[in-house]
Design a protein around this ligand. Structure first.
Ligand SMILES: CC(C)(COP(=O)(O)OP(=O)(O)OC[C@H]1O[C@@H](n2cnc3c(N)ncnc32)[C@H](O)[C@@H]1OP(=O)(O)O)[C@@H](O)C(=O)NCCC(=O)NCCS
Length: 144
């Protein structure tokens, strides 16, 4: 298993492919909402890719906003879940955010994933709200 910050267009395409499979095909998020202005290599977001035996299985991205890292688009291929890969993605995104000076991490968690994020130290900070037709809550964690 390898986890790394994406630095070239070919790896970014692999990340988009996972996200389309998970968010657009599995969760029915409209494609025009899934890919946005932050999905570049020269912008504010850092993207990560997790590979197993050379195959891309997971991704996520983090954007520095003020003093926190905003974690988004965390996705593991359906057949590769519950093997600890999601945890590795979050840890890498937190590390990248902390290296750029973030003292906190924030994310909008899908309600079904609250337990996953709680295991990683996040706490719920909001009521349930809708985004892309899916129930979410704001969760945060101190990176100190
Ligand atoms: C949410 C997601 C990223 C989790 O990835 P994963 O690789 O299956 O998670 P891990 O195997 O690293 O799980 C880490 C821990 O959280 C637990 N966990 C995983 N998913 C969970 C869930 N939905 N609810 C509660 N606990 C969960 C695991 O059992 C594991 O616990 P352990 O450390 O005690 O063994 C994955 O299910 C996914 O890609 N879902 C579809 C996309 C999505 O909804 N992304 C989140 C958007 S907010």
């Amino acid at each position: 298993m390898e986890i790394f910050k994406i630095t070239d267009a070919a790896d970014l395409e692999k990340a988009f492919s996972i996200r389309k499979e998970v968010f657009v095909e599995e969760q029915h998020v409209p494609i025009e909402e899934e890919i946005d202005a932050y999905d570049t290599l020269d912008g504010e977001c850092e993207h990560v890719l997790l590979t197993k035996d050379g195959q891309a299985v997971g991704t996520g991205r983090v954007r520095l906003v003020d003093d926190y890292g905003k974690i988004q688009r965390v996705a593991i291929r359906l057949t590769e879940r519950k093997h600890g890969y999601g945890k590795v993605i979050i840890q890498k995104l937190e590390e990248l955010a902390a290296a750029r000076g973030a003292t906190k991490a924030k994310l909008d968690a899908q309600v079904h994933a609250i337990g996953f994020y709680e295991k990683l130290g996040y706490t719920v900070q909001s009521d349930v709200f809708m985004d892309a037709g899916i129930e979410h809550v704001l969760m945060t964690k101190s990176l100190h």
